[in-house]
Write a protein that binds this ligand. Sequence first.
Ligand code: SF4
Ligand code: SF4
Length: 169
Amino acid sequence: MAITVKTVRRRPEAESSYVRATLKGMALTFQHLFQKKWTMEYPEQTAAPDWKLSGRWRGTHRMAVTETGKAKCVACGLCPQVCPANCIRLIPGEDEQGNRYPLVYEIDEFRCVFCGYCQEVCPEEAIHVGVHYQNAEYSRSAFVYDLERLMQQTHPVSTLWDPSDPKGQ
Ligand code: SF4
Ligand code: SF4
């Protein structure tokens, strides 16, 4: 393939003006002073009616429970298998009737990348990422949520991304 050279014509100095460009930039900035503000102050404005997270926000997990108060998880092993961060620890157990349940179920929220795959893959709709973000802790170990803690979470669960409704309307 032949090599070609493209000649770029620069504007003569007389036609370009840094002053004009600077004034245009300042005019644009000035316009924004009178437009609606899209940023809000945290935590001062968290009580304001406009302060809300999208239903598709993916935050701290929540384990659904049955009517009898047990975890809905049947320890199928799909979520630790699909987790890209390898942050779910599951040790399955089985009762006398052959029903599987999690002996140990932990999620390290510090390693989690909040992809939502665990929620998507779960056949029991047991594990969910939640619409929640105020989860600061003082130690790394406190970010490892065990089954009991996951079951105690009460925040709303994420609706994730629906391909038939890409804008979430
Ligand atoms: S949201 Fe993603 S990274 Fe986090 S526990 Fe679930 S599958 Fe793993
Ligand atoms: S995918 Fe659901 S049922 Fe299976 S181990 Fe994970 S939480 Fe339990």
